[in-house]
Ligand binder design. Sequence first.
Ligand code: 5AD
Ligand code: SF4
Length: 349
Amino acid sequence: MYRNSNIELIKKLSSADKIEHAEWIRLLTALNSEEREFLRQSAADVATENFGRGVYVRGLIEISSYCRNNCHYCGLRCSNASAERYRLTKEQVLECCEYGAQLGFNTFVLQGGEDPKQNDAWIADVTAAIREKFPDKAITLSVGERSNEAYNAFRRAGADRYLLRHETRNDAHYAMLHPESMSAANRRNCLEVLKQLGFQTGTGMMIGSPGQSVEHLTEDLMFIDELKPEMIGIGPFIPAKNTPFNDHPAGSVDTTLILISLLRLRHPKALIPATTALATLSDDGRKRAILAGANVVMPNLSPSDIRSKYSIYDNKAAYGCESAGGLDKLNVELSTIGYHIDFGRGDYK
Ligand code: 5AD
Ligand code: SF4
């Protein structure tokens, strides 16, 4: 009698080679509240089996708010004349790492827009300097679409990981969210190259982005199943002022949590962050993400005077538990749900 039930389908997520299109649609649209709770609990169990009750922390350094791209959803898009722009110097990035190391971080994430001044050579040089100073720390880059040669140079300079969300697997949807100069195919090609170069590679998408349908989310889930990324970052879309989508409603926190659980069950060992976007939309978003299967938090290590300028969407959380200086507060928050910070490098194993 249970053969066709949704509970059976949820159980199948951990064991089946492939989840069919119609099954994903059902998982995304047909679960009642009991089944959703079963999904969440199953995902939380898989996360604790693999990571215990530890949550990895990554020190996030936002290296530049300049960007040559013009993604329609992002507050840093180049045509947003009211965006505040800054770029960190190499010395400032190294100072952030120094501060992070003192706090106990073992992973640094350098994230920025595609800033023409922070060109491939600059990124490689900064990566090499961090690698030299901190031989044992993991270095993650998140600096957009670059050439194969650039990715290769970053790898040789000592970067271990790279984050590049695919944003949406559907080409028409991608075209709706991006200017003509950008293509979904190029984004996917970058991801392939990163994997081939041996980067632990992260991808992901926003939930509730303008024009996104259940069909699109299904395509995203099937794409992630094929790519098998080591890291998966998903967060709700949040409108950003002075962008074409500034009036579009934010994505749903509940739907984001369901996606986290589905992804956890399909990718038991993946590093899945409780994203800042979730924490921005909901006071208990971070805790609920961890209880839905997430196992990473990325507190902000950027100098506090520039933090408000890295404004990809409105009211972005960057202080308190989202701040590297707030690790004690984060640990207290995690302890209320029986979890704690894990300061390990948290490599994909
Ligand atoms: N809301 C939520 N996430 C956003 N991103 C960019 N703009 C927004 C927004 N308005 C996400 C994109 C990008 C990552 C750096 O931030 O998915 O890959
Ligand atoms: Fe630039 Fe990234 Fe924003 Fe696109 S999402 S405009 S690439 S910072």
